[in-house]
Ligand binder design. Structure first.
Ligand code: ZN
Length: 307
C-alpha cells in the first residue's frame, strides 16, 4: 500500500551530469542546484568525490560545495566510493550526507570501484560509519540490484542480504538502484517488499534508469510496495560511465507528475521543474528525454494574464 507522500531526491547534479560529454560549468551546476531547491527539493545529490581522471565531470566537487547556498532545510548529498572520497567530502564542511555504493555483483563491482561485491559492502559500511563519526549522516545504495551488465540476472536473496548488512552501519536508508535500467515492476515490487522487511524500520529508497522504458512503472511499483524515497534527475538526464548502454535516470518532472496526479505528495512544484527542464536542455545542448516537459500542461492552468 502506497503512503500519501514520498521523499524526493534530486540526483541531476551528480548522476544526471556524470555521463554527459559536455562538461557543465560549476556555475551552471550551482544554478541547477538552486533551481532544484526552488522547485521544492530538500535532498539533492550535488556531486561525487571520485578520481577526476575517471570522472572528469565531477572534478569540481570542492568548488561546487563552496558555492552551495546556506540552507539548513536542505540535505546536500555527496557520493563517495572510499575513505579518501569521504575525507574530501567531509573536509568541504558543506556536505550533510555521504552516499556510499555497494554493488550486487563481483564483475560490476570491480568495473565500478575495483572491489568485489563483498568488499564494496564493507567499504560502504565504513563510509557510513565515517560519516556518522564526523557528525554527518550516511546512506547506502546497492548498485545493479535488478540486473548486471556483465553477469546478467542478480540473485534477490543476495540483494536482501546486502541490505541487511548495510543497515548494520546505521545509514538513513538503503537504496535499490537499477543502474542499467533492466528492472520490471513485478521484480521491483518483490524486492522492495523483501528489503523493507529486512531493514525495517529503515526506509527503502529507489533509483531507476529508463533505459528500456520501464522507469516510471518501476517507480509506481516501488512506491506501491512501500518505498518511501525516490531518486530522479531533472529532464531524465544521466547514465553511468562504467555501465555499457546505461541511459538516463527517471525524469524528475515525469515522476512528480505521475505521483502528484495519483495524490501522492512529493513536495515538488511541477511548473518550476518543467521550466528548469527547458533551461537544462539549453545548457546540455540537446533535447532531454523527460516527457512531461514536452507535453501540454495538464490540467490546463487557468489563464492568469491577458491571453
Ligand atoms: Zn544512476
Amino acid at each position: 500500500m502506497a503512503s500519501a507522500s514520498i521523499d524526493f531526491v534530486e540526483v541531476g547534479p551528480r548522476d544526471g551530469l556524470q555521463n554527459e560529454r559536455t562538461v557543465v560549468s560549476t556555475a551552471d551546476k550551482l544554478e541547477l542546484i538552486a533551481r532544484a531547491i526552488a522547485a521544492g527539493a530538500r535532498r539533492i545529490e550535488v556531486t561525487s568525490f571520485v578520481n577526476p581522471t575517471r570522472v572528469p565531470q565531477m572534478a569540481d566537487a570542492e568548488a561546487v560545495c563552496a558555492g552551495l547556498p546556506e540552507r539548513e532545510d536542505v540535505t546536500f548529498i555527496g557520493l563517495v566510493m572510499n575513505a579518501r572520497g569521504a575525507d574530501r567530502a567531509i573536509a568541504t564542511g558543506r556536505i550533510d550526507q555521504l552516499g556510499a555504493v555497494a554493488v550486487a555483483t563481483d564483475k560490476f563491482a570491480i568495473a565500478n570501484q575495483g572491489q568485489t561485491s563483498d568488499e564494496s559492502v564493507e567499504a560502504a559500511k565504513a563510509i557510513i560509519v565515517k560519516a556518522r563519526e564526523a557528525g554527518l549522516t550516511g546512506q547506502a545504495t546497492i548498485g545493479a540490484s535488478f540486473g548486471c551488465p556483465f553477469e546478467g540476472e542478480v540473485d534477490e536473496v543476495r540483494v536482501v542480504e546486502m541490505a541487511r548488512r548495510l543497515a548494520e552501519a546505521g545509514p538513513v536508508e538503503v537504496a535499490l538502484a537499477d543502474t542499467i535500467g533492466v528492472a520490471n515492476p513485478a521484480h521491483v515490487a518483490r524486492l522492495v517488499a523483501a528489503v523493507r522487511a529486512a531493514i525495517n524500520p529503515l526506509p527503502v529508497r529507489v533509483h531507476f534508469h529508463n533505459t528500456r522504458g520501464t522507469g516510471l512503472a518501476n517507480v509506481w511499483a516501488a512506491v506501491s510496495a512501500g518505498a518511501g524515497v525516490v531518486d530522479a534527475a531533472l529532464g531524465g538526464l544521466g547514465g553511468c560511465p562504467f555501465a555499457p548502454g546505461a541511459a538516463g535516470n527517471v525524469s524528475s518532472e515525469d515522476v512528480v507528475y505521475m505521483l502528484e496526479r495519483a495524490h501522492i505528495s512529493t513536495g515538488m512544484d511541477l511548473d518550476r521543474l518543467i521550466e528548469s527542464s527547458a533551461w537544462l536542455s539549453d545548457i546540455i545542448g540537446r533535447k532531454l528525454p523527460g516527457m512531461v516537459a514536452q507535453a501540454p500542461r495538464f490540467p490546463q492552468q487557468p489563464a492568469t494574464k491577458d491571453a
